[in-house]
Design a binder for this molecule. Structure first.
Ligand SMILES: CCCCCCCC/C=C\CCCCCCCC(=O)SCCNC(=O)CCNC(=O)[C@H](O)C(C)(C)COP(=O)(O)OP(=O)(O)OC[C@H]1O[C@@H](n2cnc3c(N)ncnc32)[C@H](O)[C@@H]1OP(=O)(O)O
Length: 220
């Protein structure tokens, strides 16, 4: 089993280097992301598809020359700047991610306006229910973290009230309460015609996080 704790790495990157990498690799992920709907919708003819695939193979050959092994994990520096660039919902380097850019209001509510392209289709013309779960898992998890109780998803309960369209959507979440290592969070996804999916989540701080926090607080 992967040792989760070892994937939290302080790589000490200075802020300017983080900014440089974000400016370099973010647009690469955008380019790869833009290909996904084209894979579904392109009407290019046989020769054009063959040519496009040759170009993609050339790009793949360049990109795989030097690469990290394994997942990105969570990397941070001494300034407390965390990077989760491989995250499936929000990762800056992950073309699979919509990506979600999650904002925090002063009252602790977190929210994101995001776009789901045609590659997130489930029922015809609508968002896949698992993709809605992905979005809500991330946004509710962020609300738990912002509320001071970061944790793993223990239980995520969804109520799909009406079909979620593709396109421009909104999601938000708020911490309800904390009980020991458990954070209780609620949230929803809304489309142009109102709320489509409601969510309740219980996020549980693993024992190692609770221990690390207790140790940190004892030093204060
Ligand atoms: C140095 C920096 C630190 C940063 C740390 C960051 C951490 C993450 C933070 C930020 C995320 C940002 C956003 C991310 C969003 C995406 C999140 C995901 O996708 S997570 C992947 C999917 N989830 C899993 O894979 C979990 C798999 N399950 C587990 O690992 C364990 O089962 C875990 C941690 C959930 C609980 O294990 P136990 O051993 O700690 O639990 P026990 O000690 O038995 O119980 C503690 C309390 O929790 C309840 N509980 C246990 N499991 C529960 C469950 N599944 N649902 C509800 N309650 C549960 C129990 O009844 C108990 O409650 P009582 O204290 O007695 O009141």
């Amino acid at each position: 089993m992967t040792d989760v704790v070892s994937l939290y790495v302080n790589d000490g990157l200075p802020e300017e280097e983080i900014a440089r990498q974000a400016a370099l690799y973010g647009p690469l992920a955008e380019d790869i992301r833009a290909l996904i709907p084209l894979g579904i919708s392109s009407r290019a003819d046989d020769d054009e598809i063959r040519r496009a695939r040759e170009h993609l193979a050339a790009a793949t050959e360049i990109l795989e020359r030097r690469r990290d092994s394994g997942p990105f994990g969570t990397r941070f520096n001494d300034a407390g700047h965390f990077r989760t660039w491989g995250n499936a919902a929000a990762g800056l380097r992950n073309a699979v991610a919509p990506p979600l850019e999650v904002h925090t209001d002063p009252d602790g509510r977190v929210w994101t306006d995001f776009h789901l392209h045609i590659g997130y289709e489930g029922p015809a013309g609508h968002t896949h229910g698992g993709v809605s779960a992905l979005v809500l898992d991330q946004v509710l998890g962020d609300a738990a973290r912002v509320g001071g109780s970061p944790g793993m998803t223990g239980t995520l309960t969804l109520r799909y009230r009406k079909p979620t369209p593709l396109g421009d959507l909104h999601a938000e979440a708020k911490l309800d309460r904390i009980e020991g290592r458990k954070a209780f969070v609620t949230g929803h996804i809304a489309g142009p015609d109102g709320i489509c999916v409601e969510a309740e989540g219980i996020f549980i701080a693993p024992q190692w996080i609770a221990d690390a926090r207790a140790k940190f607080e004892a030093q204060d």
